[in-house]
Write a protein that binds this ligand. Structure first.
Ligand SMILES: Nc1ncnc2c1ncn2[C@@H]1O[C@H](COP(=O)(O)OP(=O)(O)OP(=O)(O)O)[C@@H](O)[C@H]1O
Ligand SMILES: [Mg+2]
Length: 308
């Protein structure tokens, strides 16, 4: 799998197809090969900890040799995020306005999108700063729609901030003429926005760098996952994010016996054919359906042997 050579790997896909298992197996394999690896779960319904029978949580924790893990808790991150925004605007807003601004921010905390923005900030922090401490980052993401939003945010937020900056520049220019005899004044809000914009574009560069970052989608040989994967890949493609690897997971093994499984296998063959036709450019990795769930490191090792 070429993608295993990248230093940042995102694993996405529809709910329940095997994202967490695949991400854990990839991280497990990388760690065994001697890479200092960080496995990050961005899914609010975490299950990475289950596989390693460890409680992971919001701080980076070493869970095996060379292997570290982190489960991002959107609620905790939102709290931290709002606190940092409050700290950032201190000094930029008149003290008598502070109470009202805080009230607005606390309302914002509960608004839709706040968790996502906070998660996104954390992600950027991992990609820009935390990466320096690791050889590999493996992201286990939430089901498809969410992942796509997350990955396309640097671009969307970039455009949005550009708009805000433009407004700010105009307002400042007007004030400057009116109040300061044309002397430019300092604007802390402008600076904060500018800094965020720089971080977004740096993160975007990393995500778009084919040498550095790889995207994997996991799917099962069934009708809906194929359709959803196709849609997701097309959308990501529009944002210049190219998914070159697909893990086709839970493929019935050839030796599956009994009339029922034989019948299922017959249908599955058509879906496998459809996958090959729909994704001619992608590397396809097949992982069989095991006779039981992947619940421990032994099973994970078995699973990871298919990820060549
Ligand atoms: N090849 C396989 N054989 C047998 N069981 C598997 C296989 N792959 C995954 N599983 C099991 O399927 C279940 C779902 O897998 P997993 O949690 O990795 O999916 P997910 O895509 O992360 O799900 P979610 O969208 O809920 O996060 C788990 O119980 C896992 O152990
Ligand atoms: Mg999962």
């Amino acid at each position: 799998m070429d993608v295993l050579k990248k230093s940042i790997i995102f694993v996405g896909g529809k709910g329940g197809v095997g994202k967490s298992t695949s991400a854990a197996a990839i991280a497990w394999k990388a760690a065994a090969a001697g890479f200092k690896t960080l496995l990050i779960s961005t899914d609010p319904a975490h299950n990475v900890g289950d596989i390693f029978s460890r409680k992971i949580g919001g701080e980076i924790k070493e869970i095996a040799k060379n292997l570290h893990a982190l489960e991002i808790d959107p609620a905790v991150e939102t709290d931290k995020y709002i606190r940092s925004v409050k700290a950032n605007i201190k000094g930029a807003v008149h003290s008598h306005m502070m109470e009202e601004v805080h009230r607005q921010l606390d309302t914002a905390k509960a608004s839709p999108g706040a968790d996502e923005a906070a998660l996104f900030d954390k992600l950027i922090h991992i990609i820009l700063e935390e990466r320096q401490h690791f050889d590999k980052l493996v992201f286990d993401t939430a089901p498809t729609g969410h992942t796509i939003r997350l990955l396309t945010l640097p671009e969307l937020m970039g455009v949005w901030i550009e708009g805000l900056l433009e407004k700010r520049r105009k307002t400042n220019a007007n004030y400057t003429q009116l109040l300061n005899d044309g002397e430019p004044r300092e604007d802390p809000i402008y600076d904060v926005l500018r800094e965020r914009q720089e971080r977004f574009s740096k993160a975007r560069e990393v995500l778009l760098d084919d040498e550095l970052t790889g995207f994997i989608f996991v799917l099962n040989p069934e009708r809906l996952p194929i359709l959803e994967t196709q849609k997701a890949l097309e959308l990501l493609h529009k944002y210049q994010l190219h998914v070159n690897t697909l893990i086709v997971n839970k493929v019935l093994p050839e030796e599956a016996d009994g009339a029922f499984l034989k019948e299922r296998k017959k249908h599955e063959k058509q879906y496998v054919k459809q996958i090959e036709e729909t994704f001619p450019k992608q590397q396809l990795i097949y992982v069989p359906l095991f006779s039981r769930d992947i619940v421990d490191k032994q099973h994970l090792t078995l699973y990871s042997e298919f990820l060549q």
